[in-house]
Ligand binder design. Structure first.
Ligand SMILES: NC(=O)C1=CN([C@@H]2O[C@H](COP(=O)(O)OP(=O)(O)OC[C@H]3O[C@@H](n4cnc5c(N)ncnc54)[C@H](OP(=O)(O)O)[C@@H]3O)[C@@H](O)[C@H]2O)C=CC1
Ligand SMILES: CC(C)(CO)C(=O)C(=O)O
Length: 337
């Protein structure tokens, strides 16, 4: 049997971590789609992975900014930021083999949310979410049936072109939108685990997504708006309280949709670990703060905008999100200019 073709699409912080681990583990058939100075540095010097426990460098056999030069891929690990996804829909659709699968390793509510809903969700059988997939390009071209959901618990940052630093332990949670235990989801979990990236198969990926949102919906916007680390925000009682209130509004919204975030989810131990380091220990800059510092657009809609949209559909009050969201949208607009 030939090795599957695996492509990391959007190798920035998280994607470079994944690519480095797969290549370091000797997994064949790994290609990387990246761009700009990071791509140039990786091509010239390889990709350096650094954490407080280890440092290694891998050569990239195939690295390009033009996915159309790659053969059809069996597995595409998508690590773009959410605002970059719609524009990449056509390239992603062409890159995937007809029976290929794309795992979306992103924070926040994903574009495929309304696919494979079992119960308790919004608009069962509904289609694309306008805030996340405005022209339905992802829904129509990639197709939610080729998507797997992912939750990333792994702080990473590109500190210079060609170098990714990793701030604490990692956990990747992967699941089918319909909660099924499929060979393709299981295969991905085995691939990640075998390459030294602890991974879990989730049979309830939406609950796991909501639970990670409890970290990101308060943490990323407040980090982006204040430019403070998680540790410094946790030390400020007013910011900590604001964060708690956003998390409560996320919990209320999830509950109204049928997701009980007080129950243990598939990735619960991960959440416990994450909450500890995200809230108290971490000096790592959350991904949205990295975006602001680099002058890039932010993941405002998948982290807060869609939560507010869900809340409004279910008449859940979100007074704090209603204030923070327009400010964050304003910041986002200023960065897009
Ligand atoms: N970083 C972190 O610690 C964590 C991030 N996450 C989540 O993971 C997801 C990925 O985040 P992260 O890795 O930080 O994001 P990054 O911005 O670091 O990585 C995305 C990469 O994709 C590149 N890119 C964008 N469009 C294209 C394109 N068309 N072709 C080729 N390359 C492209 C970007 O390049 P350019 O820089 O030029 O735009 C960037 O290098 C997000 O949803 C984030 O919230 C989750 C947990 C932790
Ligand atoms: C949990 C955290 C904050 C890890 O850095 C993250 O998910 C992010 O940076 O987006």
């Amino acid at each position: 049997m030939t090795a599957p073709r695996i492509c990391i699409f959007g190798a920035g912080a998280v994607g470079s971590h994944v690519a480095a681990r797969l290549l370091h583990a000797g997994i064949p058939g790994v290609a990387v789609v990246a761009r700009g100075p990071h791509l140039a540095a990786m091509r010239e010097h390889g990709l350096t992975f650094r954490s407080n426990r280890e440092e290694f460098r891998v050569a990239l056999p195939v690295a390009t900014d033009d996915p159309s030069t790659l053969p059809p891929q069996d597995i595409v690990v998508v690590t773009l930021k959410a605002p970059a996804l719609p524009a990449a829909a056509g390239a992603l659709a062409r890159l995937l083999a007809s029976d290929g699968v794309a795992v979306f390793l992103l924070n926040g509510i994903p574009w495929w949310w309304n696919y494979g809903l079992r119960e308790g969700g919004l608009r069962e059988g509904g289609g694309p979410l306008p805030l996340l997939d405005p022209d339905a390009a992802l829904w129509r071209q990639v197709g939610p049936e080729r998507a797997l959901g992912g939750v990333v618990m792994s702080p990473n940052e590109i500190v210079e072109p060609g170098v990714v630093i990793h701030g604490a332990h990692s956990r990747f949670t992967i699941g089918e939108p319909d909660g099924g235990d499929s060979p393709r989801a299981r295969g991905l979990v085995e691939l990640f685990t075998g390459a030294g990236m602890p991974a879990l198969l989730s049979t309830d990926i939406r609950t796991d997504i909501w639970r990670k949102l409890l970290v990101n919906a308060p943490g990323n916007p407040l980090a982006a708006l204040t430019r403070l680390s998680a540790k410094d925000r946790a030390a400020d009682p007013e910011l900590a309280e604001l964060g708690r209130r956003i998390a409560d509004e996320v919990t209320d919204t999830a509950r109204a949709l049928g997701y009980d975030l007080t129950q243990h989810g598939d990735a619960d131990d991960t959440m416990a670990d994450s909450t500890v380091w995200a809230a108290t220990r971490s000096e790592t800059r959350p991904s949205m703060l990295q975006d602001v510092l680099l002058g890039r657009s932010t993941e405002v809609e998948c982290l807060l905008g869609q939560v507010q949209a869900f809340a409004r559909e279910r008449s859940v009050p979100t007074p704090v999100i209603d204030i923070v969201l327009p400010i964050l949208r304003g910041l986002d607009r200023s960065l897009r200019r």
